[in-house]
Ligand binder design. Structure first.
Ligand code: HEC
Length: 135
């Protein structure tokens, strides 16, 4: 009888202890995950503020990442970088807005947006302005 009582108390104590241990480790896990969550939030905030601060790619950056493959050497008849003979007739014919629209929509072997799917309209325009700079 005494032994049974003792066993019951011991079992209860063990159960309570186990529950506490479980709770503690959950808290610990939460504590360990916390910095990771904060890094994510900080990253999102940084991206947001970059966009808010006008963090658009420069024309030169867009050109070098998306347009250079064809427009440096004139692949498939692409007008070459800052080459007046290639660009002037196009600009005389349709103006900056006209060639901009063709760059956005694609024309003949020129793919839409010059393959830069995540470039904004303005970033494509900036790349064109870079390509015709000084002509
Ligand atoms: C796969 C090759 C290729 C890539 C990449 C490419 N272009 Fe072109 N682009 C061409 C070709 C070819 C033409 C000439 C098309 C024609 O007039 O027949 C052209 C023409 C143009 C024109 C003149 C359009 C007109 O109305 O005369 C503009 C502007 C232009 N590209 C901008 C860009 C920009 C900006 C990029 C990068 C974001 C880019 N291109 C990337 C091949 C390319």
């Amino acid at each position: 009888m005494k032994l049974k009582t003792w066993l019951t108390v011991a079992a209860t104590a063990l159960t309570v202890f186990a529950a506490q241990a479980q709770e503690m480790s959950n808290d610990e896990i939460a504590e360990r995950i916390k910095p990771l969550g904060q890094v994510h939030v900080a990253g999102a905030a940084a991206q947001g503020s970059a966009a808010a601060a006008g963090g658009a790619k420069s024309g030169e950056d867009v050109y070098n990442s998306a347009c250079v493959a064809c427009h440096a050497a004139g692949v498939l008849g692409a007008p070459k970088l800052q080459n007046a003979a290639d660009w002037q007739p196009r600009l005389d014919d349709r103006g900056l807005d006209g060639v901009w629209q063709n760059a956005l929509n694609g024309i003949n072997a020129m793919p839409p947006r010059g393959t830069c799917g995540n470039c904004s309209d303005d970033e494509i325009k900036a790349a064109i302005e870079y390509m015709i700079e000084g002509i």
